[in-house]
Design a protein around this ligand. Sequence first.
Ligand code: ADP
Ligand code: MG
Length: 350
Amino acid sequence: LRRLAMKSTAASAAMTPLTQMLAACALSAVIALALWQSSGSGQTVGSFVAFVTAMLMLIAPIKHLSEVANPITRGLAALERGLELLDQTPVELSGRHRTDRADGLIEFEQVEVRYRPDPDAAPALDGLSLQIGPGQSVALVGPSGSGKTTLVNLLPRFVRHTAGNVLLDGVPLEDWNLANLRQQFALVSQDVVMLNDSVAANVALGHPEGLDRDRVLVCLRAAHLGPWLATLPEGLDTALGHNAHTLSGGQRQRLAIARALYKDAPILILDEATSALDTESERLVQEALARLMLGRTTLVIAHRLSTVERCDRIVVMAQGRIVEAGDHASLLAAGGLYARLYQGGFAETP
Ligand code: ADP
Ligand code: MG
């Protein structure tokens, strides 16, 4: 901004004296010419004065010309910066594979993710392999920083893997059409983004083919938002305001669940979807989640036992690797990291 301000100030400061000088020169030339002519052909004083007055009236428009330069230089500077930003945004490569609805078979093969190119730094995921069958639900637990979020962010390609393979339905993610790939996932995370739009538009987000109000209603009720909806002055058309700041944490989360229900994607990703909720709204969110998980391939990052227990399989991660996997009882019996996390209470290990 400073550079831009300097540029435009310099340009306008240079323009004003420059145009005034030019105007003065031109005017002097014309007056000299007029004087020289009148001395030869005997013109009257009156016509000379009229001539000079007309010339003086030209000064104002010329001065206005100098004001044009300022917005132009500002515009050019902004354009330059805009083009620079466009250059910096990497192109997202998209493949050709498309399908209406994925089966939901997910395979990670020796996946490695490094956020920094530095080879000494520990990778966020370190040669991790995992298979999740269609319709299966898997809970990911582990200490903070163990790579759970990174693992699930690989699937919609929010994060790129640096080595190994990630496949959906046996097709590598790079070969999927990106928009089509992202249609296969519904995501409920801790930070739910809400737009400053109506309730209905927020639930039906990303479905440009027209808004089905009845379906929005069904989804909101399924997410236990029916009573809340009844209190809204304009029902579905009530504006939520900037990032829905008037909603409580539990309401926002249930709205996100309603959104996921509306999307009806074959694969569901829940990243700490029940964190920071009070007991009452947690119970409601849990019920809504159970409905949402039905019949979908689900990856849950959770730190509440009630969510974890409901899953078919529990995968315990530490430092970007899988250290244990199994069901709740066998993992407890094994007395490893899971047993320690369980005894400490999951709530302390987001
Ligand atoms: P979890 O969700 O299990 O707490 P994350 O997947 O968020 O763990 O993080 C795993 C590791 O990767 C952490 O060490 C974290 O610091 C690092 N990490 C996560 N996201 C980024 C990022 N965008 N840039 C750099 N490092 C990151
Ligand atoms: Mg995380």
